[in-house]
Design a protein around this ligand. Structure first.
Ligand code: C5P
Length: 221
């Protein structure tokens, strides 16, 4: 397992390359791993990845791929060629799609670890049932989709603190679990509902934690 600083992934949720770079500079040497999501990647593209690489940072490219297997295979190959450390695909895209992502990344070479996103925490059981016609509980769906992700060759999943202990128990140490929704003890939770402190998340088995606003929005990041 990498040292503790490398297990904290800072979410660079910014609308422009300039703002993102200011955040990285404000965090300084303690920030070694950054998550670039759709907002920043669509706005700033590869330039921001190159900036981070030039500063010696690791990158989690969180684009949550979800399309037909052939398209995802190509997209995962393109992601792998960018030299990022972590990337995401939606487990709800199905086993064939996740296997295609694995093939694409492997064919492109590179070191990228692929993570499955199981059920977005913004979806509750009522929405799953009435809008998506998935009449199953979240405690059933998350481990089931994580199992399919693993069987499809993915390296791990993104999971909230709530599912973390169960997933760690079920999958053992050889599976990455990346956990967002992290707040310092006594901190402002903002719009996050199920929060853990960094210490709690690591104690429950997180491989990595994702921290956004508590760092990037702090007076001294
Ligand atoms: O600012 P905050 O610490 O809440 O940011 C957490 C990051 O993790 C954001 O980029 C958010 O989109 C992401 N995330 C999350 N909850 C999930 C999945 C991803 O907060 N279930």
């Amino acid at each position: 397992m990498p040292d503790m600083r490398e297990r904290v992934i800072i979410a660079l949720d910014a609308p422009t390359r300039d703002q993102a770079l200011r955040m990285v500079e404000a965090v300084g040497d303690d920030g070694v791993f950054y998550k670039v999501g759709l907002e920043l990647y669509i706005a700033a593209g590869d330039a921001v990845l190159e900036d981070l690489r030039a500063m010696g940072k690791k990158v989690f490219l969180d684009l949550k791929l979800f399309d037909i297997p052939n398209t995802v295979q190509g997209a995962a190959a393109s992601v792998a060629r960018k030299g990022v450390a972590l990337a995401t695909v939606h487990a709800l895209g199905g086993a064939a799609m996740m296997q295609a992502a694995r093939r694409g990344a492997d064919q492109a070479g590179g070191e990228v670890k692929l993570l499955g996103v199981t059920i977005l925490t913004s979806l509750d059981e009522e929405t799953l049932r009435t809008e998506l016609h998935i009449p199953r509980s979240i405690p059933f769906l998350v481990p089931d989709l994580a199992q399919r992700a693993r069987a499809s060759g993915l390296d791990g999943v993104v999971a909230s603190g709530l599912e973390l202990p169960l997933l760690r128990e079920h999958f053992g140490d050889d599976f990455l679990i990346v956990t967002p929704g992290i707040r310092p003890a006594g901190g402002d939770v903002a719009d996050q509902k199920r929060v853990l402190t960094p210490r709690e998340a690591f104690a429950r088995g997180a491989s990595y934690i994702v921290v956004g606003r508590p760092v990037t929005g702090a007076p001294d990041p």
